[in-house]
Design a protein around this ligand. Structure first.
Ligand code: TRP
Length: 333
């Protein structure tokens, strides 16, 4: 008998252009899982409104996020791809889970603390219960593994705690999920302040590379990357964060080890190294960019793909919600 593949689920917020950091740390790895696992990928627009969005922009970015996932290699024949708000079961399960999540544990989430400090004028309760909706995303589909960046590990662990608590209270219902954190490329740092994570919300545009940046712009951004003054290409995150970050990017792009890279650029200046890193990025992004533009221009294809994904997701999610509703004692006829 064929053993069933384990389930993978991940989500991405449609809140802006994708950076090289998003791509290398997350999106690029997702298609690689498609054969080994039963994968579900979701554009989480409901999470996005925990921070005020311009409606037209959110809509546009939802399409863009889906197009980027497809362009990166997610194959709708193999994996499910859909938009969170198209599957109402996420919000439905979220309510039940929120009644099984403690105020205290949500208060300890570091992302909540960071975001509420950053958006002090809009600390809405959605921002607070954000991890509960994320737990619903994950638990709805019997997820075993959740590929995420290190900053989301705490949220996946919370989902697991909530699942366990529910199982103990009501009998075995949810699979206990585990985070799946890529070793390399998980944390791409800012090109200007390499001790900070690369982020599209950074006010300095030179600090991040966007997936939609042209070759010229990518080259310029890498050439102006902040490094150090000792002129040696050596991997040392502590003392040489800038060079180490560039080495990390180059390593993911070329498959070379840190030792290989040190040897390759031995005795050469940072200029040569930076150019090589930029070129590796430009070459790797070119096919993704071309495909992204093609898909984004084909709205009918994009919409039918997302519609199909949502239908299939609803089918799975609905069964789980019914089961949960029955277990908690909601009357069903
Ligand atoms: N919170 C995640 C992020 O900001 C996005 C997300 C929402 C997610 N739901 C998810 C990731 C479920 C993995 C699984 O990156």
């Amino acid at each position: 008998m064929e053993t069933q593949k384990k389930r993978v689920f991940s989500g991405i917020q449609p809140t802006g252009a994708f950076t090289l950091g998003n791509y290398l740390g997350a999106v690029r790895n997702w298609p690689l899982l498609q054969d080994e696992y039963d994968c579900i990928y979701c554009v989480v627009d409901q999470h996005a409104i925990t921070v005020r969005q311009t409606p037209a922009d959110l809509r546009k970015k939802t399409y863009e996020a889906a197009a980027m996932l497809l362009a990166s290699g997610i194959d709708p024949q193999k994996s499910l791809l859909f938009v969170q708000s198209h599957v109402p079961q996420h919000a439905q399960l979220s309510w039940v889970l929120s009644c099984n999540a403690q105020f205290g544990e949500l208060s300890r989430m570091t992302q909540f603390k960071d975001k509420s400090a950053k958006h002090a004028d809009n600390i809405n309760t959605g921002l607070f219960t954000y991890p509960v909706l994320m737990a619903a995303d994950i638990l709805l589909y019997g997820t075993h593994y959740v590929p995420v960046g290190g900053d989301q590990k705490q949220h996946v662990e919370l989902a697991r705690d909530i699942a366990q608590r529910f199982n103990n209270a009501y009998s075995e219902t949810f699979v206990l999920p585990e985070p799946m954190i890529p070793k390399v490329g998980a944390r791409i740092m800012s090109l200007q302040e390499p001790t900070k994570k690369m982020s599209k919300s950074d006010s300095n545009e030179k600090s991040f590379v966007l997936m939609t940046d042209s070759a010229d712009v990518i080259m310029k951004k890498f050439k102006s990357a902040v490094t150090d003054s000792d002129g040696i290409v050596r991997y040392d995150v502590e003392n040489k964060p800038g060079i180490s970050n560039l080495m990390g990017i180059y390593s993911v792009m070329t498959g070379k080890t840190m030792a290989d890279i040190e040897k390759e650029f031995d005795g050469q200046g940072y200029g040569t190294f930076k150019t090589a890193v930029a070129e590796s990025v430009i070459t790797a992004l070119k096919p993704v960019q071309d495909e992204y533009n093609r898909i984004l221009a084909d709205k009918a294809y994009l919409e039918s793909t997302l519609k199909d994904g949502a239908q299939k997701a609803q089918y799975v999610a609905n069964k789980l919600v019914n089961k949960v509703y029955r277990k908690v004692g909601f009357a069903q006829f």
